[in-house]
Design a protein around this ligand. Structure first.
Ligand code: MN
Length: 201
């Protein structure tokens, strides 16, 4: 069975960029619901309960049809949020291998930020904007709902939750302000770790 991982910091750790109330609801209610519904979907499939969620998403076409969409939605929700919490921290420095790779691919941090922001603003409805490795190449992509890049054979380096539940309490309809705030709480230490790990696979 899958369990809700504890938030690796206090609810108010990302204030004022992401408010404590949002973190409390987002982690304790939204993420928890994905975990609960994933477990419910896998109830009749004890062999799948033993797999890692990454495995389920990477091998989504092998999941029995009657629960496949539930695994996409709730397995994706569980994986995406687990990754997201780890990606947030104030006052880390844009540095290391990811700095070199982003500068090489996008020309500069500012260009990268502009492209990522444009992608996140352009996402219609609910979904995520990602920096992924696609065959070893950095790429910015959007996914709808809780669809995971893993199911497209892409490896997430970091991602932004662009569902309204991620920002509505503080920012209401001002998605642009939320995206801007996100750039103040990207945990570049963790992003470097993700990048180095995936890049060496
Ligand atoms: Mn969310």
């Amino acid at each position: 069975m899958f369990t809700l991982p504890p938030l690796p910091y206090s609810f108010d750790a990302l204030e004022p960029y992401i408010d404590a109330k949002t973190m409390e609801i987002h982690h304790g209610k939204h993420h928890k619901t994905y975990v609960d519904k994933l477990n419910a979907a896998l109830e009749k499939y004890p062999e799948l309960q033993k797999k890692k969620v990454e495995y389920l998403l990477k091998n989504i076409s092998s999941i029995p049809k009657e629960i496949r969409q539930a695994v996409i939605n709730h397995g994706g929700g569980h994986f995406n949020h687990s990754l997201f919490w780890e990606l947030l921290k104030k006052d880390t420095k844009f540095t290391g291998e990811i700095e070199k790779a982003i500068n090489k691919k996008f020309g500069s941090y500012d260009n990268f930020k502009e492209e990522f922001t444009k992608s996140a603003l352009g996402l219609f409805g609910s979904g995520w904007t990602w920096l992924v490795l696609n065959n070893g190449q950095l790429e910015i992509i959007n996914t709808s709902n809780q669809d995971s890049p893993l199911s497209q054979g892409k490896i997430p380096v970091f991602g932004l939750d662009v569902w309204e539940h991620a920002y509505y309490v503080k920012y209401q309809n001002r998605r642009n302000e939320y995206i801007e705030a996100f750039f103040n709480v990207i945990n570049w230490e963790q992003v470097n770790e993700n990048y180095n790990k995936t890049n060496n696979q």
